[in-house]
Design a protein around this ligand. Structure first.
Ligand SMILES: Nc1nc2c(ncn2[C@@H]2O[C@H](COP(=O)(O)OP(=O)(O)OP(=O)(O)O)[C@@H](O)[C@H]2O)c(=O)[nH]1
Ligand SMILES: [Mg+2]
Length: 214
């Protein structure tokens, strides 16, 4: 029932959602962005600054910011945070050595005030690589189950191996899932606010009737 209301809510509030794609350098962020956009593998070079593209999924507009992940650029990630609704956090599933840095960056980012309300989609990318970690292993190492203040979802993927359509549908399903989740949270918050206001109005009427009027 909640999801039906959430869907109606999102239908009437058809706005643009800001998404940031972050993660360490070489994780596959730019490759994923262009898979989303063009459904094909593009040749990438390390991103200096950011790339921004708009994609539309079932009437929902996403403004996707792909942010360079090199160490020297990470301190400026926070300049992209304001009004962000969704974070796509890309993990290179073969890069075991830097998993602790990945974890540090993830939690530093989630603690930022501007991302308080953001939902997180974690991509365990490069699943085509031999010996890569599974999404479950990454989830365990990153202790994702301890994240209680953000809706999150982890999804394994491979941005490279010609599974564009599959990747695209996986991503859109996951994004829609996050939109539903987020709308549900907003709807509940709004409902609580309206209940509170209604409660105050009723109290005021009772007070007015019994004490002021007579
Ligand atoms: N094997 C494999 N390689 C991938 C995959 N996704 C991306 N790559 C490769 O990984 C390298 C880095 O990809 P990018 O998309 O440029 O990485 P990035 O996260 O944008 O890196 P920065 O811009 O430096 O932050 C490229 O050579 C990609 O072709 C994947 O799923 N599997
Ligand atoms: Mg890039």
């Amino acid at each position: 029932m909640g999801l039906i209301f959430a869907k109606l809510w999102s239908f009437f509030c058809n706005q643009e959602h800001k998404v940031i794609i972050v993660g360490l350098d070489n994780a596959g962020k730019t490759t994923i962005l262009y898979q989303f956009l063009m459904n094909e593998v593009v040749h990438t070079s390390p991103t200096i600054g950011s790339n921004v593209e708009e994609i539309v999924v079932k009437n929902t507009h996403f403004l996707m910011w792909d942010i360079g992940g090199q160490e020297s650029l990470r301190s400026s990630w926070n300049t992209y945070y304001s009004n962000t609704e969704f974070i796509i956090f890309v993990v290179d599933s073969i890069d075991r050595e830097r998993l602790s840095i990945t974890k540090e960056e993830l939690y530093r980012m989630l603690a930022h005030e501007d991302l308080r309300k953001a939902a997180v989609l974690i991509f365990a990318n490069k699943q085509d690589m031999k010996g890569c970690m599974t999404a479950a292993e990454i989830s365990k190492y990153l202790t994702l189950s301890s994240i209680k203040d953000h809706p999150w979802h982890i999804q394994s993927c491979c941005a490279l191996t010609g599974e564009g359509e599959k990747l695209f549908s996986v991503q859109t399903t996951a994004l829609n899932h996050l939109v539903d989740l987020k709308n549900l949270v907003c709807f509940r918050q709004d409902l609580m606010s309206w209940c509170l206001i209604a409660h105050m109005v009723v109290c005021f009427i009772i007070l007015y009737t019994f004490y002021i009027k007579g």
